[in-house]
Unconditional design. Sequence first.
Length: 758
Amino acid sequence: MKKIYRNNLFVKKAALILLYVLGSSSTWGQDLTSFNCSAMAYQVTTSGGASSSTLYSYNVATGVRTFISALTMNVNAIGFNTLDNYLWGVVGSSNQVVKIGANGGIEIHNIPNLPAPSLGYNVGDFIGDGYWFVYDRTATRYYVIDTNPARSTYLQLVDPTSSFVLDTAPYGNSFTGQLAGSIINISDLAYSPSSGLLYGMMDPSTTGGNVFKRVTINPITGQVTLSAGGVSGAGIQTEGTAYGSVFVDQDPNFFYVFANQLGRFYKINLATNTASLVSTSPSAANNDGASCPNALLTSSISGSVFHDPDGGNVNNSTGNPNTVPSGLYANLVGTDGNVVAVSPVNSSGFYGFSDIAPGEYYVVLSTTNGTPGTVAPAPSLPTGWVNTGEFNGPPNTGNSVPVDGISPQFTLTVNSTDINFGIQQPPVADAKTFVMANAAFSAAPPAGYPSLPDYQSIPASSGDFTGYPTLGSLSGSDPEDCAGGGTCNTGTGTTFNIETINAGTQLYYDFGSGAEPIDLTGGPVSIPNFDVNKLVIYGQNGMGTSGNLIGFTYSITDKAGITSAAVPYTIQTESPLPVSLISFDVNREGPVVNLQWATSREENSKAFEIERSFNTGNWSKLGVVPSLSHEMGSTSRLDYHFTDTAPLSGTNYYRLKMIDLDGSYAYSPIRVASFEKEEASISAYPNPAMDELTVTGLNGSELIKILDSSGRTLLESLNRDGGNKKTLDIRSLSGGIYLINIQMPDGSSISQKMIKDK
């Protein structure tokens, strides 16, 4: 059962009785909000015989105390639980505990088998992973409570000496060591995650020569150790009442105590057993304190290294656990370029420096642990990691330029926080080599893709691509962006880049939006949301064997905009693609036309069919010339000729159909010979143009391209129907000056400028 109780004394008392009887939980007042792991200490105080406590926060560096809330009961033995970022405390002399929010909200729980103390549980702190150490200084046993709701022992006593199993009677554990069997006269302890030990100080009322001595307790074994002498310095032994609050922070070499009567915060050096006065605050007769052990309590510099896979302004924008690699150091550097201090970066990304003099500084993130007083090391990261940003301010609020692992310079105030860095693991593209049969290639490309003379094609989605899980798709790995940290290949959010293309290879990709597939030659070209079904690979006849592989290089870009190194993608065939044509000429000689061609390489070549057309749309077979290489193949030049003794009146178009022994074939470029002179005036209008551009004066099979100022092809269209004009949709082009290039069937071309209106 769970209910909300308001500030009515009768209702409160009835609720406490009901909770004790039923062993249930309740939330008092408003819903709880968690604390931040900040450079603040927290204290509950009770004065003047009051029956309830007041919750304060303290700036230990300045002594400023800030009221948070008046609690509804007397609370002691508080600890800061880094598992949930709430304070937990024990209610009076009972077996009830409270979970306290930053807004003063309280959630009450009953702890079975926790004995009612004679004085009250006045000592407590969390010893890691939600385990809470509590102790009554008039007793000789201590208890550990589990506050992790994910475990079956939640809100029950556990035994730290036996791997935190459920505790059994007799409950609790006895202290061992120097004070075994005796009470330990302390008012608070604080746990240091760095050493795994609890630290405190014997109160002024201690007898037997142990007054003012430093106390160290191992919460797992119960081992108690006292310092050889009392803590001294800065007037710490003038306190006459108690050291009611003890704190630790991220610095493992110190802990802090609060002197109740004097209202002073002292910093105790563990190596020298000496104290220094940090600040003075209002005194407090009865109090207990806690702080986040990952914070820094005095003048300090701190920040975080964020695992930032999406380049989100040094913010862990994916919501994954913020773990960073080991072996990183934050080097604090002065304006003279020398190291002032060094802090290791812990596994959660936190780092910090304490007791730093005012001045101007910057931080260098490096795998080198710099030496104070020497020149700062160069920024560096573990293998497989790159920087994504630096910014002096809260996460997700900005980014500095350049991105280099060096923070912007800043002025140290009382506490300079959020000197933050972002790092991530970049993607890696998969190098691929395919070996396949010549028959996998076809002279006829998929519908909508152009037929290229002297080239054969294969879709990247073809099942002939074997040897890789992703077949012919581009692919890469990225532990952050790819599903499950595995392979990215095709689909929304995957960006690949065509970097370079081998000689004798052409790539066409369908970017959609109604445009025809685009020639990727001349890269680099970025392909967002890559779809393997839209990529077609062309290999020139004669390519495919060692030294003449069909292929290209490509890379992958992740969500943070980081691009991998380029890797090769190559295709090797059983033998060179049918014929490598090095020349094809058509010449008019009197009333006849002589055709001459030559090859540099032939493999399994059967014959050449000579075809003629008057419009490039309708072709007829004129004759056949057998291959000179026969079945043995040829790697040297072979020359051929054929004569058309009865050419057509007007324009004659010629092409070669190069046929392999297995029946596959490819076409040569088209050549032309005319027997009556006709000058066609080719022009494009309107110019300037906005949505459409029409090219007139065509004869048939002209290839029309629109290029940008760098010569990169943006649009192209083949005049397949042989008409005298062709209209292109140019709405996808930005405003500016472009070049229209019309390639004629005889190999000649015409170019003119075009202005595209916005």
